[in-house]
Write a protein that binds this ligand. Structure first.
Ligand code: SAM
Length: 188
């Protein structure tokens, strides 16, 4: 396992996603998270992957085709703020957010606090009981801190009887290393 935000998110997904599940990659980017989800859900599963950049959709499609996984995914050129238009409430086992910008892409296009918050809020309604939302939060530099702060404030206020929220911090790393947050939907 890689000891970074994405490595931890992938490790938890490997232990959580069941074959045959429906999962969502809310930020497809270059497709690495989508590809992992496609492998984990298997041939009977389904992955919806969102991105607002055609370049990211194309890169994800190319990766899935190279790895023979394209039949398991539906790539959606739309904002994750509209996630609820594409899946029914309580139907999704895992949702992944990898915030920030497309590596190697337009540096001015990045996830934004308002749409990220709308997507997380809507995504929690889509999760099955026992389902998982995994978020890799980027901040500092051109990302600023507004998105991180808005998401942490929202997640901190979730009813603890319905959601368990785990924030992982790096205590002795310098700079602004991205960190993972996990949300589990508990039985009512
Ligand atoms: C850090 S990258 C994601 C990395 C990706 N998960 C991977 O495995 O390569 C963030 C992506 O979020 C996308 N994005 C930004 N705003 C978005 C939005 N409102 N809805 C969906 N995707 C968005 C960007 O275009 C970018 O491709």
């Amino acid at each position: 396992m890689q000891w970074n935000a994405v490595g931890l998110v992938h490790e938890v997904l490997r232990r959580s996603v069941q074959p045959g599940a429906c999962c969502i990659d809310a930020t497809a980017g270059r497709g690495r998270d989508t590809a992992l989800l496609c492998r984990l859900v298997g041939a009977q599963g389904r992955v919806l992957a969102f991105d607002i950049q055609p370049e990211a959709i194309a890169q994800t499609q190319a990766l899935l085709e190279r790895e023979g996984l394209a039949a398991r995914a539906q790539l959606i050129w739309d904002s994750h703020a509209n996630i609820a238009r594409y899946a029914a409430p309580e139907s999704v086992q895992s949702i992944v957010f990898n915030f920030g910008r497309l590596p190697g892409g337009d540096p001015h296009i990045m996830t934004q606090p308002e749409s990220s918050l709308a997507a997380v809020e809507a995504g929690l309604q889509l999760l099955l009981t026992g389902g998982l939302m995994a978020l890799a939060l980027y901040y500092g530099g051109e990302n600023g801190t507004a998105e991180r702060d808005a998401l942490l404030a929202y997640l901190s206020g979730l009813d603890s009887r319905r959601f368990t929220v785990l924030r992982c911090d790096w205590l002795n790393r310098t700079g602004d290393p991205p960190f993972p947050v996990f949300v589990r939907k508990e039985p009512l």
